[in-house]
Design a protein around this ligand. Structure first.
Ligand code: ZN
Length: 121
């Protein structure tokens, strides 16, 4: 029983000492340092043609309705979107705008629907 409690206390004391040392001398890397060390942050899915989201017609409709701005307002999709070709695939580019703060965003989607279901409007 006391062995367990003693072990826990020693572990807590070690962690506490480590935190105190880090606070005093800054041993552990900070978030800013980590971010600066990384060449590039990962992009959000669909933010670029290279990270296009594979989606069926139904999923595309869901994506159209599911976009929220960083100000937490639901974003409006403008028109039907453009079609571009990237890496041999045809991508649908959905363009969104925030009615509240005016922010815009493009979402790249790779249409995964069966060819028979694709009906260009
Ligand atoms: Zn906004």
């Amino acid at each position: 029983m006391w062995t367990v409690i003693g072990t826990i206390l020693i572990a807590l004391a070690s962690v506490g000492t480590g935190l105190l040392i880090d606070r005093r001398w800054g041993v552990l890397p900070r978030n800013a340092g980590l971010a600066a060390g990384k060449p590039k942050l990962l992009e959000a899915p669909g933010a670029t043609p290279a990270s296009a989201i594979p989606a069926s017609i139904g999923e595309i409709e869901r994506l159209r309705r599911a976009q929220h701005c960083t100000c937490r307002t639901a974003m409006d999709v403008s028109a039907d979107g453009d079609r571009v070709t990237y890496g041999g695939h045809e991508l649908l580019v959905l363009r969104f705008a925030c009615a509240r703060c005016g922010a815009t965003r493009s979402l790249y989607v790779r249409d995964q629907s069966p060819a028979t279901a694709v009906a260009a409007p």
